[in-house]
Ligand binder design. Structure first.
Ligand code: ADP
Ligand code: MG
Length: 245
């Protein structure tokens, strides 16, 4: 599917303060549907805080507006948002399975009822899109980092959101897991017209997969294609001295 080409997510002059500190200042961004937009920046730049503002998890000044396809407001005025967190603390002994997690996240029916075949089929078919069909009955505490990442992505896209927000894990997912994540995001981008926003720590994947890049350090330091942003002075001073975190 080709991009609808509209500014689907319009962030205007976002500011976030906490404990007398300015975490974000005057952040403005227009993000398009059908594109993968990566947020990069040094550790502590405010990347997670920006995601939390978009999700409404922290209070902020400024505005976050979302318009659906054709520039019209989405139904009910609120976009459906899928969120994949950076980390989850899961008790490795929990008996809850991937099925239980999908059931509780989608709120399909009370979890204490016996398993319904229709639901099992629905979840299995959806998980298959994320190469995770065989994980349906696995306890979530026993999944590898990469497996959990795929399951969380499946959970965040059931049903299809208008906006998919991901905070890429910094630990627990190896390179092949990350490569797989970006391949799955490419497939989502191709088949669904949603806004995909990811905080990324791996510049190689950003260069290869992102349509647009936001270099953040409290405010937007650079915005554009990976080539354009990677060529800026701000990018060099952010990443040449220290590592990307
Ligand atoms: P990033 O994701 O880019 O590493 P964060 O958005 O997590 O950065 O954090 C940005 C800065 O804000 C950090 O210096 C962090 O310590 C600080 N911070 C994050 N949340 C809070 C909070 N609730 N109160 C005070 N400071 C915070
Ligand atoms: Mg972060």
């Amino acid at each position: 599917m080709s991009s609808c080409g509209l500014h689907c997510l319009k962030i205007s002059n976002i500011g976030v303060q906490a404990d007398g500190k300015t975490l974000l200042q005057d952040v403005s961004l227009h993000v398009h549907c059908g594109q993968l937009t990566a947020i990069i920046g040094r550790n502590g730049a405010g990347k997670s805080t920006l995601l939390k503002a978009i999700l409404g998890e922290v209070s902020y000044t400024g505005s976050v507006e979302f318009s659906g396809h054709n520039g019209t407001p989405v139904q009910g005025g609120k976009p459906r948002i899928g969120y994949v967190p950076q980390a989850l603390s899961i008790d490795c002994h929990t008996p809850a399975s991937v099925y239980d997690m999908l059931l509780s996240l989608t709120g399909a029916y009370p979890a204490f009822f016996p398993k319904r075949r229709k639901m099992v089929e629905k979840f299995r078919t959806h998980l298959a899109r994320f190469r995770a069909a065989e994980l349906l009955d696995q306890p979530i505490g026993r999944l590898s980092g990469g497996e959990l990442q795929r399951v969380l992505l499946a959970a965040a896209t059931l049903p299809t959101p208008d906006l998919l927000v991901l905070d890429e894990p910094v630990s627990g997912v190896d390179h092949s897991g990350l490569a797989e994540l970006y391949e799955l995001l490419d497939a989502l981008k191709e088949h669904e017209d949603m806004v995909i926003l990811i905080v990324s720590h791996d510049l190689t994947y950003v260069r290869e997969h992102a349509d647009k890049v936001v270099l953040l350090d409290k405010t937007v330091q650079a915005f554009g294609t990976p080539e354009a942003v990677f060529a800026t002075e701000a990018f060099h001073s952010a990443f040449m001295g220290g590592g990307a975190k």
